[in-house]
Design a protein around this ligand. Structure first.
Ligand code: FES
Length: 117
């Protein structure tokens, strides 16, 4: 069963970039999106890069009108090594949702942010 670990103060997490914390001897990236906080293991499932240190971004997506639109702005993290993009909320790799970055539940009490590992 997951245990609750103090990660950082909620005010330390910005909406632009992950805050990297050490929780239970794991490196974890904490993100702030418009629906709250999310946490991913800071290890890319591709080749093990520090995933959460890559840019927080959106992606270009094809539409049914033979055009591309920029979508999910700020809701993805792109690995700095080979550019794989992951959904911050679920950890899913955009190209193949069977591949996932490990994600953890986050709770906030007062201004203390906890990751459940
Ligand atoms: S190590 Fe992350 S995309 Fe390759």
């Amino acid at each position: 069963m997951a245990e609750k670990h103090f990660a950082c103060k909620a005010e330390q997490v910005s909406a632009e970039k992950a805050t990297i914390v050490s929780v239970n001897n794991l490196s974890v990236g904490v993100f702030k999106l418009d629906d709250g906080f999310h946490a991913l293991l800071n290890v890319c499932p591709h080749k093990g890069a520090a995933l959460c240190e890559g840019p927080q971004c959106g992606t270009t997506r094809e539409t049914d009108k033979e055009e591309f639109v920029y979508d999910k702005a700020g809701e993805l993290v792109r690995c700095a090594w080979h550019g794989w993009e992951f959904d911050i909320r679920t950890g899913e790799f955009l190209v193949d949702p069977k591949i996932r970055a490990r994600s953890f539940p986050v709770t906030v009490e007062d201004d203390d942010l906890f990751v459940h590992i």
